[in-house]
Ligand binder design. Structure first.
Ligand SMILES: C[S@@+](CC[C@H](N)C(=O)[O-])C[C@H]1O[C@@H](n2cnc3c(N)ncnc32)[C@H](O)[C@@H]1O
Length: 336
């Protein structure tokens, strides 16, 4: 049977709207009300409706009064006292809310069908879902995250001032964001524990020598329930593609033994796999990188190996989202 709003007397519960939203079973023809527990129940005895407006519409006054009198114990039982128009307003509000929900769903479908799954859109969608309040972004450089309206303030953090960053990243195309705070994003020693609502670090974690230390400190400065937002290049689709993914054991070793333990290996990997040096050229280039204290991609992940890394280390956080977009993936962690 095709049900229409007219074929159902939804009574005081607005059951049809709730049914359409999947919150109740299909209502049957007849008058319904909601118990205090929210269960739809058919009205007992004669079906009299539950609102003055409904009962009174188009009836002689005497009949309306009779109906009202018969209905009173029932209305008292369900706590629906006869305030003229009250139910009509509630029903209209419910209908409006449902309409808004429908329009939002349609708009979202429209956008998703258009295939807006590029990394910029994915970053912004996740930011819209998760970021609120006061936060920091580490290493924004020339690509700061577009922040949603719920964000009240943002401070930019980098290890060097804008002039140095401009010199180091001479190829950066956009305007380099001047840092508000100069600090090592691996330690965040300028920030107190539990002082911010979110931390963003996009394409930054792969540049640190001890990611476990960085994640620990980034979570340390978050309030409980705060968000750590990490975009990381996908090692299958970047200049790292020939390079082996970093193992969990390697990351634990870097944390337990100190970054110096694998510094040489990191530079040699970069010289070999990223820059393509061979034989003696690898050691020579690694020497140069070490001398210049370059911060290349010390580690390399894809979404799977990063997920495995998160699952293997004990961090005070749970994973809220892990989304790949081809050239990168975004991990959203909530501090527990
Ligand atoms: C590749 S850029 C990322 C730019 C931009 N966030 C993006 O998504 O493309 C890396 C940024 O992280 C910063 N960075 C790297 N290691 C850092 C550290 N230990 N502390 C603070 N900033 C760091 C760099 O200076 C640079 O601004």
């Amino acid at each position: 049977m095709v049900m229409t709003a007219q074929s159902i007397d939804a009574g005081s519960g607005g059951e049809y709207g709730r049914y359409l939203e999947g919150k109740t079973r299909a209502p049957e023809r007849g008058s319904y009300y909601l118990t205090p527990e929210g269960e739809p129940q058919q009205a007992p005895g004669r079906c009299l409706g539950t609102t003055v407006g409904r009962a009174g519409r188009g009836r002689p006054l005497a009949q309306t009064k009779e109906i009202e009198a018969a209905r009173q114990p029932y209305n008292r039982a369900i706590g629906a006292h006869a305030v003229p128009g009250q139910h009509a307003v509630e029903r209209a509000e419910r209908r409006l809310r449902y309409l808004v929900w429908q329009v939002r769903r349609e708009l979202r479908d429209l956008l998703l069908r258009k295939g807006m799954t590029d990394s910029k859109t994915a970053r912004e969608d996740l930011a819209l879902r998760f970021l609120r309040g006061d936060g920091i972004e580490i290493g924004a450089l020339d690509y700061p995250l577009r922040l949603p309206r719920g964000v009240s303030s943002i401070r930019y953090v980098d290890y060097a001032d804008a002039e140095t960053l401009r010199a180091v990243h001479a190829t950066a195309t956009g305007n380099i964001v001047a840092p508000d705070v100069i600090d090592d994003g691996e330690r965040l020693s300028s920030f107190k524990d539990r002082s911010v609502d979110f931390v963003v670090a996009n394409h930054m974690l792969e540049h640190v020598e001890d990611p476990i230390e960085a994640l620990t400190n980034q979570l340390r400065v978050l309030k409980a329930g705060g968000i750590l937002f990490l975009a990381i290049p996908d090692g299958n689709h970047s200049f790292d593609r020939a390079r082996p993914k970093t193992s969990v054991e390697h990351l634990i070793r870097d944390h337990e033994n100190g970054a110096h333990a694998s510094r040489r290996q990191h530079y040699e990997e970069c010289a070999r796999w990223i820059e393509g040096h061979q034989g003696a050229g690898i050691a020579q280039r690694a020497d140069e990188m070490e001398g210049e204290e370059l911060r290349p991609h010390f580690h390399v992940w894809d979404a799977l190996t990063f997920g495995a890394f998160l699952a293997s280390v004990e961090l005070p956080a749970r994973l809220e989202a892990l989304q790949t977009t081809g050239d990168e993936f975004v991990a959203v962690l909530r501090k527990t």
